[in-house]
Design a binder for this molecule. Structure first.
Ligand code: NI
Length: 249
């Protein structure tokens, strides 16, 4: 789906309300528990949202518009929330995030971006040149990424409590279990396809809609299962990290 600013703002504007409705008056047991080790609790994730509002999205957008690829972004500290959130209440964090997001969306609208602005570039310390549009799309996807992380850490508090139903719940699976499951699916699908002699390399990477609708017909290609296709792409790693954090900022 191509990026659209108004559609993106629809998500960005909702995130503070989602967090308040979800966590606002939730018992501490849900809010402060992580998955052990260096994993994040829902409280940590809210702090991370705040740090992004202060140092990442709008400051980087302004840098792009003012310097157009010349000045490099400041590296993003993905662990700053542990210090910044110390001794603060969840209510305090939620209110801070609401205010910062509202003010940042007001700034975004006031910039009145025109089509050429979306193509302007910034220099990321690790990724190199990135466009304003990519930054804004990442802002939206990043919100959803960490909302997913909150769902994960909360669901995984019941990893043992659900008993045998754990086998049916992807959200409770460890990375290793998911990878093995995907490998099995990929191997089963791949073996069948090879036996039928229906795979052609060029079509593997770009199955057509018509082909996927009629894959049993004699002269049509076998369409890889989406999981298989994903695994076969060069450089693809097991799909799910332990938590939906991100390596880069
Ligand atoms: Ni993040």
């Amino acid at each position: 789906m191509k990026f659209d600013l108004e559609l993106g703002i629809e998500i960005l504007g909702r995130t503070p309300r989602i967090l308040r409705a979800w966590l606002g008056d939730l018992p501490h047991t849900w809010v402060y528990r992580n998955e052990g080790g260096e994993t994040w609790s829902p409280f940590d994730v809210v702090g991370h949202f705040i740090h992004g509002e202060r140092t990442d999205w709008i400051p980087r957008l302004k840098l792009i518009l003012e310097n157009d690829g010349i000045r490099e972004f400041e590296p993003y500290d993905r662990f700053a929330q542990f210090e910044d959130s110390r001794c603060r209440s969840l209510e305090d964090l939620l209110r801070t995030f609401e205010e910062l997001r509202e003010s940042n969306l007001a700034v975004l609208r006031s910039l009145d971006l025109k089509p050429p602005d979306f193509e302007r570039e910034g220099r990321h310390p690790e990724l190199g040149l990135v466009t304003a549009e990519q930054l804004l799309a990442t802002w939206v996807a990043h919100d959803l990424n960490h909302l997913g992380q909150i769902a994960e850490v909360m669901a995984r508090q019941y990893t043992e409590a659900v008993g045998p139903w754990k086998a049916y719940l992807d959200i409770l699976a460890t990375e290793a279990v998911l990878f093995l499951s995907e490998l099995r699916t990929a191997w089963a699908s791949h073996s069948t396809s090879l036996l039928n002699g229906r795979i052609r390399t060029s079509e593997r990477s770009a199955p057509t809609k018509a082909a996927s609708q009629h894959s049993s017909a004699k002269n049509l290609i076998a369409v890889p299962h989406p999981r298989e296709q994903s695994l076969l792409e060069p450089g693809n790693q097991p799909r799910r990290p332990q938590q939906r954090r991100h390596r880069l900022g």
